[in-house]
Design a protein around this ligand. Structure first.
Ligand code: 5GP
Length: 133
C-alpha cells in the first residue's frame, strides 16, 4: 500500500506543490508551524530517512537547499530550519520551516491555519521562485 505522500506525488490527493524534479517533490505542510512550512520528500517511497541510500540522501539535501533558498526569498525570516521528525507519516520527509525564534520549531505547539487561497498564494510564489533559480 502506498503512503499518503505517495498519493500526493501521484496527484491522487491534492497538495500545494512548491517544487519538483525527477526524484523529489516539495509541498506545503497542511498543519504548518509557520507560513511557508514545507515538506520535501523522495518520489521513491522509503519510511525512514536514514534508510535512504547515500547518493539519494545527498541529492535530497541538495534539492531541499534549493527549496529553502526559494522559501527564504518569499517568506521574510531569519533563516530556514531543516528538521526531520517522521513519527506521523512513514514516508521520509524533511521539514523546511521559516525561522525567527526557537519556538518556531516547537512541534508540540498548536499549528497555524490558512484557507485554501492563502495556501495557494504561498505555494505559487515559492514554486515560481524555485523555477527561476
Ligand atoms: P512527522 O511524520 O514529521 O512527525 O509529521 C508529518 C507531517 O506531515 C506533519 O507536519 C503533518 O502536518 C504533515 N501532513 C500529514 N498529512 C499530510 C497531508 O495529507 N498533506 C500535507 N500537506 N501534509 C500532511
Amino acid at each position: 500500500m502506498s503512503s499518503i505522500f505517495s498519493k500526493i506525488i501521484a496527484g491522487e490527493i491534492p497538495s500545494y506543490k512548491v517544487a519538483e524534479d525527477d526524484s523529489f517533490f516539495a509541498f506545503l505542510d497542511i498543519n504548518p508551524l509557520k507560513k511557508g512550512h514545507t515538506l520535501v520528500i523522495p518520489k521513491k517511497e522509503v519510511d525512514y530517512i536514514f534508510d535512504i541510500d547515500d547518493m539519494q540522501l545527498a541529492e535530497m539535501v541538495v534539492f531541499a537547499k534549493k527549496v529553502a533558498k526559494s522559501i527564504e526569498k518569499v517568506i521574510p525570516c531569519k533563516r530556514i530550519a531543516m528538521t526531520v521528525i517522521g513519527l506521523e507519516v512513514p514516508h521520509a520527509h524533511i521539514h523546511l520551516i521559516p525561522l525567527d525564534e526557537i519556538n518556531d520549531v516547537n512541534f508540540a505547539k498548536p499549528k497555524l491555519q490558512f484557507d485554501r487561497s492563502e495556501f495557494n498564494e504561498i505555494a505559487i510564489k515559492i514554486l515560481d521562485m524555485f523555477n527561476s533559480l
